[in-house]
Design a protein around this ligand. Structure first.
Ligand SMILES: Nc1nc2c(c(=O)[nH]1)N[C@H]1C(S)=C(S)[C@@H](COP(=O)(O)O)O[C@H]1N2
Ligand SMILES: [Mo]
Length: 344
């Protein structure tokens, strides 16, 4: 018998009626001009900040801008794309326009504005070596192209929800993170995987700001990393990953706020202890380790109840686990659901 399971985000039409809020471009430009730099209580730059007005302000609309923002055709992995789509992952919304997803980015290594895509073009993505270390059978160093040859690439349509309350839906290419864990062969003592972004202040001007705890670090439990939804992104819109979106290898964990999806990874370390992530170290009471999306738990400075779709002048309700509870809710069943730390 065929049972149609209702996905978390398949809301009745009435529940999905957007708030009648219209964000005019002018209002957006004003808030952009006001700057995205806030000084936190401790004098630290409290970033990953400000609920965004997400209408794609980062776009350079000059001729050829879209092509310049896409991965270069001389990317050595270009011939691998496009890859077959895994139809198990369906969207409740339109796919975000490519030019918005690749020109409106968070990548603090290249600056704290959304408009970093041009600066990110300076990132050299070959040679690119990934280390698999820590509690593993045998530490390994793997060139990205050797890794790409060992895995099964597929395309997945996923929603993405930034903690700043903007959202998009994009076709990632990549492979299940479980395959990477299998290649690494962690020991039973490994409870977490700590991921680290490249460190190169010569090309990434943001890394010259010493008030950030560079390099960018993120972490997952092994159970999270081997969940079916956890994905390693290597491409976008049927092409290799643009540098600004985290080429050549990034994490994609759509049930968590966007900052968990660490870009341009060079290291996976399997650990016994829970790693401290980049934003957790900066502002642990606002950006925690778990960071599971929950509309009912507000950020200390704004509501998480709704989100603004990139390029669309409407807000839609945010859903528990960003609508992916069917895949991941059981990961957190034993945990105290009333604890704020699960949701931020
Ligand atoms: N290394 C690194 N990874 C990062 C970030 C960052 O600043 N540095 N920003 C995060 C945040 S806050 C978001 S919302 C997503 C944005 O991904 P996108 O630019 O592909 O939309 O990347 C995440 N990964
Ligand atoms: Mo984000």
């Amino acid at each position: 018998m065929l049972i149609k399971r209702r996905r978390g985000w398949e809301l009745p039409e009435s529940a999905a009626t957007p708030e009648p809020i219209y964000h005019g471009r002018r209002r957006f430009l004003r808030s952009a001009a006001a700057g995205s730099v806030l000084v936190g209580a401790g004098g630290l730059l409290a970033a990953c900040d400000e609920p965004a007005q997400a209408d794609g302000s980062g776009l350079n609309e000059g001729p050829g801008a879209l092509q310049m923002a896409q991965a270069a055709s001389d990317d050595p992995s270009a011939q691998l794309y496009p890859v077959p789509r895994n139809e198990a992952f369906v969207l409740d919304r339109e796919i975000t326009e490519e030019r918005l997803a690749i020109t409106y980015n968070n990548f603090y290594e290249f600056g704290s504005s959304k408009n970093i895509w041009q600066r990110a073009q300076d990132l050299p993505i070959r040679p690119w070596t990934i280390s698999l270390t820590g509690e593993v059978e045998q530490p390994q160093q793997l060139a990205i192209d050797d890794l790409l040859a060992k895995v099964d690439l597929e395309e997945r349509l996923y929603r993405h929800r930034c903690v700043e309350a903007w959202a998009m839906a994009v076709p990632w290419a990549g492979f299940p993170m479980r395959q990477l864990v299998e290649i690494a062969k962690p020991l039973s003592s490994a409870k977490y995987v700590k991921m680290v972004t490249f460190m190169d202040p010569d090309v990434a001007s943001g890394q010259r700001s010493s008030w950030y705890p560079w390099p960018y670090v993120e972490g997952l439990t092994i159970e999270e990393a081997t969940n079916e939804l956890a994905f390693m992104g290597t491409g976008l819109y049927g092409k290799p990953m643009p540098k600004q979106n985290g080429s050549p290898l990034r994490l994609v964990v759509p049930w968590k706020y966007g900052f968990k999806s660490i870009k341009s990874i060079v290291s996976f370390e399997f650990t016994r202890e829970r790693p401290v992530s980049f934003w957790e170290e900066i502002q642990g009471n606002e950006y925690g380790f778990w960071a599971n999306v929950n509309p009912e738990v507000p950020h200390p400075r704004w509501s998480q109840a709704t989100e603004e779709l990139l390029g669309v002048d409407e807000r839609v309700p945010t859903l528990l686990y960003n609508g992916y509870g069917e895949w991941v809710a059981d990961l957190y069943e034993g945990k105290d659901q009333t604890s704020r730390t699960l949701w931020m």
